[in-house]
Design a protein around this ligand. Structure first.
Ligand code: FDA
Length: 307
């Protein structure tokens, strides 16, 4: 029951102000968002790649209110890509972007987000890597998929995310499971109404398997975004049945969650990509991580009380 309450709080400005100003134990936020600047994050990128892992980088931020903030977001990604080029890590590290951070919800937001994300996709391609468009709440998705399609005309490697909890996703997966596409499948992290999304965990898990089957049997490149041991085992089985080699799909997990599993899958020869978030505007990302596992909230509250 706690999850939906925390997700509602994740969209509340009042809660954002309260929690962001609270003496939050750095340790709790750091578990999921291990740095604020490029300088903080570079040693982490070097450490994870040295362990045989790949990364996708998220400069945290979303729901911006001015076009200037969208430009700042774009520039933050461009600065990161510049650093990756200097480190010669381009091929191991891709970017994940939230279009709301690029202005999607503002007036004329669709065009603005496309104009802001394009230079990031271009810069990523120039250093041999790519960008994946994260999936936000369901009202943003038609625009996200249209931007994805537009970007793929020049940069076919551009990926996107689909969310198993949405009723629409099986149809999206069929459309996207074509040669050359890169699709990350996740369960879904937003508070969605019963008109558009499954609400029960067992229904979401079953939908995940149905969509996974479509992706594995299709011609694209599936990216399995989950920490769920059952779904990971099913993904391995479906990949095997579909005759996919180890480099024809990949696993993805979030930084700070099931780190041993990242290493285990990489040691088995799987491509394992760690979604690593950094930056100062961590509130929305952090709250979604709390909502996914109520034990995180108990730890968080305890650390605030004992501080
Ligand atoms: P589930 O929630 O059932 O968790 C399985 C197990 O993993 C738990 O039992 C626990 O051990 C561990 N675990 C999961 N979450 C945890 C947490 N927060 N803290 C501690 N342990 C935890 N969503 C979205 O809507 N749009 C997006 O673009 C993305 N992008 C994305 C990228 C990647 C790489 C991942 C892994 C996930 C996302 N998500 C996302 C989030 C996703 O929708 C989902 O909320 C989380 O992955 C949790 O679901 P699981 O599949 O891990 O299963």
């Amino acid at each position: 029951m706690l999850g939906p309450v925390i997700l509602a709080a994740s969209r509340s400005d009042r809660m954002r102000r309260l929690i962001s100003a609270a003496p939050v134990t750095k340790q709790v936020v750091d578990r999921f968002i291990p740095g604020e600047t490029v300088a903080d994050i570079v040693p982490i990128i070097q450490d994870l790649t040295a362990k045989g892992l790949e990364l996708t980088m998220d400069v945290v931020g979303e729901d911006i209110t001015t076009p200037e903030q969208a430009t700042t977001a774009r520039d933050a990604y461009l600065a990161l890509i510049d650093h990756l080029e200097q480190l010669r890590l381009g091929e191991k590290v891709e970017m994940s972007v939230k279009l709301s951070m690029f202005g999607q919800a503002l007036d004329g937001g669709h065009e603005l987000a496309l104009a802001n994300v394009r230079p990031v996709v271009e810069a990523a391609a120039a250093i041999g890597t790519t960008v994946t468009l994260d999936a936000e709440d369901h009202t943003t998705l038609d625009s996200m998929f249209a931007i994805h399609e537009e970007l793929r005309k020049d940069f076919p490697q551009t990926g996107c995310v689909i969310q198993a909890y949405l009723f629409r996703t099986e149809a999206d997966a069929r459309r996207l499971a074509a040669a050359g596409s890169r699709v990350r499948l996740v369960k879904g992290a937003y508070k969605e109404p019963a008109e558009v999304a499954y609400q029960q965990k067992h229904e979401i898990d079953k939908a995940y398997v149905r969509v996974l089957r479509i992706l594995m049997e299709g011609e694209g490149y599936p990216m399995i975004g989950s920490h769920d041991p059952r779904l990971i085992a099913i993904a391995q089985e479906l990949a095997h049945k579909a005759g996919r080699k180890l480099d024809e799909y990949e696993f993805q997990m979030l930084y700070g969650i099931r780190g041993d599993e990242h290493l285990r899958l990489a040691a088995e020869g799987h491509r394992m990509r760690v979604y690593t978030a950094y930056g100062t505007d961590w509130y929305g990302y952090f709250m979604r991580r709390l909502a996914e596992k109520p034990a995180n909230l108990r730890f968080f509250v305890r650390s605030m009380i004992t501080k």
